[in-house]
Write a new protein. Structure first.
Length: 332
């Protein structure tokens, strides 16, 4: 009888490479769709917000437009969340069926409940992560920017002192310019409201009013009323609204000077900056990755990168086939 002298069978290897590779492969297969979905939906979310910002710029709507953040800003985030969800859903069909969604046929429809769920997930994460709907809109350089957050108390119309400059540098390095998000160069302490709006120009004319700030609106109304009074108006002067410094880049500062000088509305585009709310799109994608194709013809099918590549290459292969057919017919 064949066997080992001690009767315990062959010695077991200390590390089973085949088993480890098998476990590693299973983990990679489980993680791959999660990574792909979050990346695709995150990119779709960012691209949608950038596109809506461009559309708002062309319509002259900014973060400083009255009620725009509460209406258009919310709509932009909802729209971007829905686009992110649809991108994720289409990726799921490619990863599970190996075809583009247009080839799936009547079995694939856009479900209303998916649109609502994606909008809610995107909106909720955006808010929970501290997102401000102003940031979905372009900045108007005459008012606090779309990315304005922390600021430093200003001492009237004077330039920033040493401590204020240090604080502004800290905020600028962390969040960037409050109008465009740039972190290049040295920050400038941008007075908000601008000196011209708070104190008036050399002729005493006050600059543009920020209708989103009730304090400034009341202050302007009182100053205007008192100024019209026959005797008191010449003697009584109401204090200007309290000003704050916001970190600003040199380019936006120059645009702001020109805008104030020429009484013109100048809008600037921004890329959002390092803010966690922009991961809202990735969370929408995660929802679809964890649904495993539910409600589509791909439900329950395994997700594979090779199928995504197949789906992407299909139109190329079809074009090659049609092209070779045309060449063959011409040769005949
Ligand atoms: Zn800037």
């Amino acid at each position: 009888m064949l066997g080992f002298p001690d009767g315990r069978g062959p010695p077991q290897p200390a590390f089973d490479l085949a088993a480890a590779m098998s476990v590693g492969g299973r983990i990679a297969q489980a993680v791959a769709p999660l990574l792909a979905h979050t990346a695709v939906s995150g990119a779709a979310f960012g691209a949608s917000l950038a596109a809506t910002q461009v559309a708002c710029m062309s319509l002259r709507i900014s973060a400083a437009t009255v009620l725009a953040p509460q209406t258009i800003g919310v709509a932009c985030v909802v729209g971007a969340s829905i686009v992110a969800g649809q991108a994720s859903r289409r990726l799921d069909l490619m990863g599970r069926l190996g075809v583009h969604h247009s080839m799936v046929g009547s079995g694939y429809t856009t479900r209303k409940e998916d649109l609502i769920a994606d909008a809610l997930v995107g909106l909720s994460f955006f808010r929970v992560a501290g997102g401000n709907f102003r940031s979905a809109l372009p900045s108007d350089v005459r008012f606090p920017g779309a990315l304005s957050g922390e600021s430093v108390p200003a001492s009237g119309k004077a330039y920033a002192n040493e401590w204020q400059r240090r604080e502004l540098l800290r905020l600028f390095r962390r969040w960037g310019c409050h109008h465009c998000g740039s972190r290049r160069g040295r920050p400038i302490g941008d007075h908000m409201p601008p000196n011209m709006s708070a104190h008036g120009n050399t002729k005493g004319r006050l600059g543009p009013l920020n209708w989103q700030e009730p304090d400034e609106v009341v202050n302007r109304g009182l100053r205007s009323t008192i100024g019209r009074l026959p005797v008191v108006g010449r003697k009584l002067r109401l204090a200007p609204p309290k000003q704050r410094y916001y970190p600003q880049c040199e380019s936006c500062s120059q645009k702001q000077s020109a805008a104030m000088r020429n009484w013109k509305k100048v809008l600037v585009f921004h890329f959002g900056g390092p803010r966690s709310q922009y991961f809202a799109g990735a969370f929408v994608g995660l929802r679809h990755a964890l649904a495993h194709g539910e409600g589509t013809p791909a439900a329950g099918r395994p997700w594979r990168w090779s199928k995504v590549v197949d789906a992407l290459m299909k139109p190329v292969r079809e074009f090659q086939r049609e092209f070779s057919d045309v060449v063959t017919i011409k040769k005949r």
